[in-house]
Design a protein around this ligand. Structure first.
Ligand code: NAD
Length: 481
């Protein structure tokens, strides 16, 4: 375990745990001493983050690529830098408005007292993040945390050690260590981290670990935001062009080689159009990725273990009778590479691992329906997903799907783009997560909206005090009937 303050690895997990506790205590003391930072200080913190991102973007892109084996530079610039910069710009532009106390209506019997809601920082927020977008998923929550005037302890993923070490150093160079600090380490450190008495804990990762984190946080009644995973469905209605849908679905699926929480997990197409859709996917892959092995645009699978997991899904599907179509335009041998060729899986059944587990890689099961309602019913028969994609130009169809299903977010006639909107919140529902960040909702997740009642000099509520007599009787007859 290391922190920005103490970079040396510690000897035992007991020591790590007391280090973490001491770090949090120091941050809480600092928060208590300085109180809620004013608008100008919050803007300065956001600007510092903005500057370090711009100055070190190349180092970030390179570290992520080394950790992955190959991570597309363009995809890193879009997903790790541009999206966080957008969140910072949006927060800076809206912060004054978000920080405004909200005047509320005073009950008429209490007039002329006044009531209001005061947004106040919660304190010190813990952020545990995964490996797939290692900078974005650590820093996007931090934008909301800093805008709301809090301090933060971050625990990035051990699967991307170079990026996590760089993040630790960047943060240490940018912020005082009692304002923002990074703790690196594996699941054991994550486990201790999730037991700390934070004022709020944001966890982005798997549903399995999310449950452990929520259980650990409950010991101290720490409120949690859980950004989890799941299988995000994609429904293509009969009116939509199969080739346009295939192009957009393949581009969403193969961004980061499918290692995206909101990647389209599986797709439903009309039975009669399945072969046309498959051929359109084949051409889309050939156009976007004519080669795979040495192609810098095509991202590697993050580890051998994850590659073996994905290959295992294909082997299991084949064994259970599915047809697997590998989309490898140049017919390259990728055996000794961490890259994996995109694959479509046809004729799936529910028992197959590929239909049970979140795929998180470049495999796309293609399911078919006779009537569109069957596909909608399938979505509703499964856990509520993080994202849902619908392709149709018929507004009645898309409205019906939105009204008849539930998911964390929705993109119509495209994939994944709802997450790139600075003014939209992001978050799952049910097994795909709870709570939101991004946009105003991110600021609010890390803010206590504190109700305040201010009594006036003329205190009419005094009339309701004992000894209760005729005046109170008359008043209550008027109020209660
Ligand atoms: P993971 O759950 O294995 O790990 C996430 C983080 O939790 C890591 O930092 C890890 O060290 C830490 N951790 C591991 N065990 C822990 C424990 N017992 N207690 C506390 N922390 C612990 O997830 P991952 O493999 O890094 O990421 C992939 C998953 O994340 C996928 O399921 C994906 O859908 C999900 N994800 C969700 C979002 C979202 O915004 N909803 C975004 C990206 C990824």
């Amino acid at each position: 375990m290391t922190t920005a303050a103490a970079h040396e690895p510690t000897e035992s997990s007991e020591r790590s745990s007391s280090d973490l506790t001491a770090t949090l205590r120091r941050m809480k003391d600092a928060q208590r001493r300085s109180g809620a930072p004013p608008y100008e200080d919050r803007i300065r913190s956001l600007e510092k983050l903005e500057r370090v991102l711009a100055a070190r973007k190349n180092a970030i892109v390179e570290a992520i690529s080394r950790d992955f084996g190959n991570r597309s530079k363009h995809e890193s610039l879009v997903s790790e830098i541009f999206l966080v910069q957008g969140a910072i710009k949006h927060a800076k532009a809206r912060l004054r408005e978000w920080m405004e106390p909200e005047e509320r209506e005073t009950g008429f019997v209490f007039l002329p007292a006044r009531v209001e809601l005061l947004p106040q920082p919660l304190g010190v927020i813990g952020i545990i993040s995964p490996w797939n977008y290692p900078v974005q998923l650590a820093l996007s929550p931090l934008v909301g945390v800093l805008a709301a005037g809090n301090r933060a302890m971050l625990k990035p993923s051990e699967l991307v050690p170079e990026t996590s070490a760089l993040l630790r150093d960047l943060i240490a160079e940018t912020f005082p260590d009692d304002q923002v600090t990074v703790v690196t380490g594996g699941a054991d450190v994550g486990e201790q981290f999730s037991r700390l008495p934070f004022d709020h804990l944001v966890f982005t990762g798997s549903t399995r670990v999310g449950k452990l984190v929520m259980r650990a946080a409950s010991e101290n009644l720490v409120p949690v935001t859980l950004e989890l995973g799941g299988k995000s469905p994609t429904l293509v209605a009969p009116d939509f062009s199969m080739s346009v849908a295939a192009e957009r679905i393949i581009s969403g699926k193969l961004f980061n080689a499918g290692q995206t929480c909101i990647a389209p997990d599986y797709v439903f197409v009309p039975e009669a159009s399945r072969d046309a859709f498959v051929e359109a996917c084949r051409s889309a892959v050939a156009r976007m990725y004519p080669t795979l092995d040495k192609n810098a645009d095509y991202t590697s699978i993050v580890s051998d273990r994850h590659r073996a997991r994905l290959q295992g899904y294909l082997a299991d599907a084949k064994e259970r009778g599915a047809k697997v179509i590998e989309l490898n335009p140049a017919g390259e041998n990728l055996e000794s590479s961490r890259k994996m060729a995109p694959a479509l899986v046809l004729e799936t059944t529910e028992e197959m691992a590929v239909m049970q587990e979140e795929i998180f890689g470049p495999i796309l099961p293609v399911l078919t329906y006779k009537s569109f309602d069957e596909a909608v019913a399938y979505v509703n028969d499964h856990p509520r997903p993080l994202a849902l994609y619908v392709f149709s130009h018929d507004r009645a169809t898309t409205d019906k799907v939105i009204a008849g299903t539930m998911s964390g977010g929705v993109t119509i006639n495209e994939t994944m783009l709802h997450v790139a909107q600075d003014d939209l919140p992001f978050g799952g529902v049910g097994p795909s997560g709870m709570g939101h960040y991004h946009a105003r909702e991110g600021f609010e997740s890390f803010t206590k909206k504190r109700p305040v009642f201010r009594q006036a000099r003329l205190n009419t509520t005094g009339l309701l005090r004992p000894p209760y007599g005729k005046t109170v009787d008359r008043l209550l007859r008027f109020l209660v009937g």
